[in-house]
Ligand binder design. Sequence first.
Ligand code: PBG
Ligand code: ZN
Length: 326
Amino acid sequence: MFYPSYRGRRIRGREVFRRMVCETSFSVNDLIYPMFAAFGSGIRKEISSMPGIYQQSVENIVAEAREVYQLGIPAVILFGIPEFKDSVGSSACLETGVVQEAIRALKREVPGLAVITDVCMCEYTDHGHCGVIKDGDVDNDATLELLCKEALSHAEAGADMVAPSDMMDGRVRAIRETLDNNGFTYLPIMSYAVKYASGYYGPFREAAESTPQFGDRRSYQMDPANRLEAIREAAMDVNEGADILMVKPGLPYLDIVREVRNEFNLPLAVYNVSGEYSMVKAAARNGWIDEDRVVMETMTAFKRAGADLILTYHAKDVAALLLKGW
Ligand code: PBG
Ligand code: ZN
């Protein structure tokens, strides 16, 4: 393609042509909105590093979920801030746990909204790690048992899908077996298949009160430097029965989103994580970027990289912009 026989600007020069040759689009159907369910009542506390995102008790979760549903967003993903924490995360599996109560309330009050649950121990352990500790590190196989119990308790409360985010080996198979053995054969698993040990989770840990009290998560989450390992991790989860794969974080890992999309044919989700959200909000508040434009450009980037679904704290804003005809 050579100038002057080819001139890229011919087709870019008019709005109607730009519309005709646009390669990537997205819709409200692609969005999943994360929410933080807090134990208690009358709670609606904004997360200081995540403007517009709240820790909320169940009645306020339901109120916001109505809004989410009316915007046409198909699903939320729930995280829990429990009544108490202990070394084995007991509050993760209680029938009356905060997430379990939130699921029941949501399915009763906003039945058309799909409720996905994050399955992990870090919100429920006093040490803040994603499983049980043995000899200073998270014990893989002991943690699997707890994750299975947690996933089952979410299913029994009425969750529509479970999403394990712990990065233990074998957890998709273990959870699949537990669900199948208990009559939840058709409950899908969205696996955080490729999850990096990332600095971009900082604001989330304030939101979920889940900062590790010692060490870090590098013995179970992935090294940001690794690409081939991402394919191995995704392949494992495919073999173990995952229904949807996820890559996390989003923007710094678009190459990985593309790799996983090219390699596997399962639906693919990307998590536009807390730190990515906070950076956009902070820059917008300073008047340094046009927030709407940057947010929509970011969604386009995820779709272009190959994602089908986008977990994002911007979901309500994106849905509203789409309704306005963006
Ligand atoms: C729990 C979990 C985390 C996130 C989702 N599930 C935090 C972590 O692994 O430390 C991060 C989400 C975000 O940053 O928005 N394991
Ligand atoms: Zn965790």
